[in-house]
Ligand binder design. Sequence first.
Ligand SMILES: Cc1ncc(COP(=O)(O)O)c(C=O)c1O
Length: 363
Amino acid sequence: MKYNRLALQLQREGKKVIRLTAGEPDFDTPEPIIASALKAMKSGKTRYTPAAGIPELREAIAFKFSEEYGKHWTPSQVVVTNGGKHALHLALMSIINAGDEVIIFTPAWVSYEPQVRLAGGIPVFIETDDSFIPDIERLKNKITERTKAIIINSPNNPTGAVYPFHILKEVAELAIKHDLYVISDEVYRHLIYVGRHSSIISVEGMADRTILIDSLSKSHAMTGWRIGFAIAPENVALSMVKLISHTTSNVNTPTQWAAIDALSFDTSYMKEEFSRRREYVVERLDRLGLPHSTPDGAFYVLLDVSAVAEDDTVWVEELLMKEHVATVPGTAFYAPGTVRISFAASMEDIKEAFDRIERFISG
Ligand SMILES: Cc1ncc(COP(=O)(O)O)c(C=O)c1O
C-alpha cells in the first residue's frame, strides 16, 4: 500500500511509473460472465440466497471437483464465500481454538498470520528450502501437541513455486499421523506453466482433513466480484456456514449465478499470455545475475537483492524514486532481502521495467 501510494504520487507529478506490484490479473472479466450477471439481475435474481450459496452453484462446484479428482464431494461440503480470503478466514475461525498452533511456510502471503491470530491461534513459521518447497524434516521438528493445522499455498504467492506431488504426499502423511487439518490455498491452481497442478485433497485419507480454498479472482479475472469457495469436511463446512449466516450472509446473488457459467468458461488464453510473460521475465532475471525463484505458477517471482542491497525496503524505495518502477519488498512476505515482482502487467511495461531495473542495478 505504501509503495502504491508513492507510485501514485509520482504519477501525479507526471512521471511514467511502471507498477509490478499487482496481485490481480490485468485482464478484464470475460464478457460472457458479465452477461450472465446482468441476465441474473434482470430476471429478478436479486434477493437473499441460502448463506452457503445457491444449491446450483454448490452442486456445480462439487461436480467439477469430483470429476477432476475422481472422488466424491457432496454440495453440502461446498461453501460459497466472498473470495478466497473470506474462505480462509472462515476455515480458521471454524477449526482453531485459543492457543492452537498453525504452521505457515515462508515466504508466505501476507494475510495468513493475521487470520490465524484473529482466530486465536499461534502462527508457527517454517522456512521453505532453497527452491521454496516445504522442507519435510523442518516440518517434522515443528509439529507439537498444540499443532492444529498446516497452511499450504501452491502455486505460491510470492514465489511462484509449485509443490511437487511427492512433497504433498509427505505433508499429508504427517497430517494424518498427527491428526492435523490442512488448509490448502489453491487460488492460483489454474495458472501453472510447468507441469500439472496437484492437490493434497486428492491424497488418500486427506479429504477428511483438508479444507481446499479456491476462488474465481485470479483464474477468471474477477477480483472485484468477491467470489470464492471452500471444499471442506462436512462438520467444518457446517461451522463455516453458521459464521456466514451471522456475519456477511450470502455472496451477492448475481455473482453467484454468473459463477456457474464462469466455472465452465475457458480462460486458457489468460494463462497463455501469462506464460509468455513468464518466459520473458525469467530470461531478463537470469541476465541480472541475481538469484530468483522459479515461477512455475501464479504471476510472481521473488528476486534476491541481498547481494546488492542491505535492506529490501530501501532497495524498493530507491528503485521507485530513481527509475519509477514499483515492486514489493520481500519483508512483507517474511522474506527479507528479496523483492516480489508481479508479471500481471503488459509485455511492453515488463520490458521497459526490466530495462530500468538493469540500469538501476548496474548504476
Ligand atoms: C495466496 C492468496 N490466497 C488468497 C488470496 C485471496 O484472493 P481473493 O481475491 O479470492 O480473496 C490471494 C490474493 O491475493 C492470494 O494471493
